[in-house]
Each structure stands twice: as structure tokens, then as C-alpha cells.
Design a protein around this ligand. Sequence first.
Ligand SMILES: [Fe+2]
Length: 323
Amino acid sequence: MSAGVITQATELTQVPACVLHVLDRTQVDLFLQHDPSEPSVLYREAGYPLSEDRANGLAQKFEGTLLVRARDYAVFCQDLSKSLEGMLKEESLPPTQRFEVLQVAVAVEIEHSLRMINCDKYVSNAGVVGRQISSLLDRGDVLPADLFDIVRHDFHTFVHVTNVASYATLLAKELGISDQRELEKIAVGGLLHDIGKRHVPGTILTNSEPLTQKEWVIIKQHPLRGYEELCQRDDLDEGQLMMVYQHHEHMDGRGYPVGVTGEEIHPWAKLLAVVDIFDALTGDRPYRTRATKKQALEILDKGAGSHLDKEMVACWASAMQKR
Ligand SMILES: [Fe+2]
């Protein structure tokens, strides 16, 4: 295929342009779109040494959106994951760009390992990715509002869980938690929180119609199913298990699975609930369009005190406005 071949945008999926700074080559064709109203064109074919683009300054000057064919996305993510550890330490890249690459690089492993019958692989991936997320976000140069601008907002499991884990880490920092090990545990808990949804049929999770009573009963089992799956492990602690078990509990006792009230809900589960809802509202879902940041914060505010912890909602709202 030669440069200049035009491909329909519907066949393509966007990837972070900063990969040009970290990948030496990829096994898939890369496409470029200068303007959303224009068709995409081939930028580099598979195997092209991207290091040449860095050497001649093209990667620095890159303008536009970088895309790969949707069917090549998994291979592209795997290419990226091979360079991930080195890239995370790459001080010349801003932490926000490193986060963008991280989110795509872990996509395939997270989505696949979540579907395995035994959850060991997923928990071990969560341990690695949680450490990567918390060490990237620990230094304080990524603000919640920056993170909101760069995270993906589409309907993929890896997007929701990596967003929630990252937001939870930043909210924990805003609330005064500074211990690196504790932040790492919170990030891992964020990645694990919906592990019980492995047992919910995909047809219910992606249903664009309002759920029936029966379907709600099934959905509401996911915190308990997740807790049951993880509670025998000795590599997770109480706070992380409560993030899984209690993230749908409400301060006024009207949540599930048990209906406990505020004082019985673990603080990590309370903070997770705030960012879980925030990310669900600001992400695309099959049954509705996403809310803006402002709309999502207004909805959180309406639930402050009854559903969500009041101070935590206020802390998240003020953190989201800081630049
Ligand atoms: Fe959940």
C-alpha cells in the first residue's frame, strides 16, 4: 500500500499520537487525519522505522489524529505494551502523554484477562497496572482536570477501570493520602472494583433498553460475586475488598448489596463510588450520550450526603476545577 491511500474513518480507531515518541516501529499501518471532516490517509505502513521520524524531527511536528484499523487495534496495543516499562520512565514525555500510552498499552491484556474463567491473571495484571498508574500520578504533576481531558471516554472495560483507578488515586491524594503503597492499593482496588461483572451476561451490560426487574437483580449481584471471588486471597487487603463489595452502598443505607449506612462503608469504597459514578456519567454508554464535566459534577452534588459522601464530592468538584 502506498502513501495517500484514503480509508473510511469508520474502519479506524484513534490512538495517542505521542506513540511516535516511544515506538520504534509497529506491525500495523498508521493513518493520519488532519481534520475530522476529511478522510484519513496512510501515514506510515507497517514496519516503517518510526525512529526515522524522530531523527528528522517529524514526530515532534506531528499535527493531526493518529489512527489504526479497528481490526489491527489488538496487535497495535501489544506492540505498545512491549515498550511500556521503558516509556513510563521516559522523562522527556509529559506524564499525561505517558498516561495516554499506558491506557492503550494495557487495553488488550485487561479486556482478555477479565474474561478468563479463573481471575488470577486479572488480579495479577491489576497489580502491575495499579503500580504503574499510581507511580505516574504520585508526583503531583497530573491534576484531575488534566486527567479528565486525556482519558478515553468510550465504552470499553479497560477504559472504565483504568479511568476509575486513576481518578481514585487522585481523589485519595486530594483527601490527604500520601503514602505511595496506600495509593497503589487504591489504584489496584479501582481496577478490581467491577470484577463481579464477569458473571453478568454481556447482553445485559450492553443493553440499550431500560433494564427489566430480573436484569437488575442480576446486575446488583456483582459486588457480592466480586467479593466472593477475591476474599480468600492474601494479596489484597480489607480496603481493597471493600472497594469491590461496597462501591454501590449509599450513605443513607439505600444502596446494595447490603444497605449499610455511611459509618459502615469503608472510606476507600466511598471515594471509589464518587469517581465510579463520575466516570460512568462522562463516558459513552449504549443507552445515552455522555454528560459534560459540569453536568456530571452537578449530578454528584445532588447525591452528596444521601448517596455519596458529602466532603468527598466537594473535594472532587474542587479538584476538577483546579488548573
Ligand atoms: Fe459496579
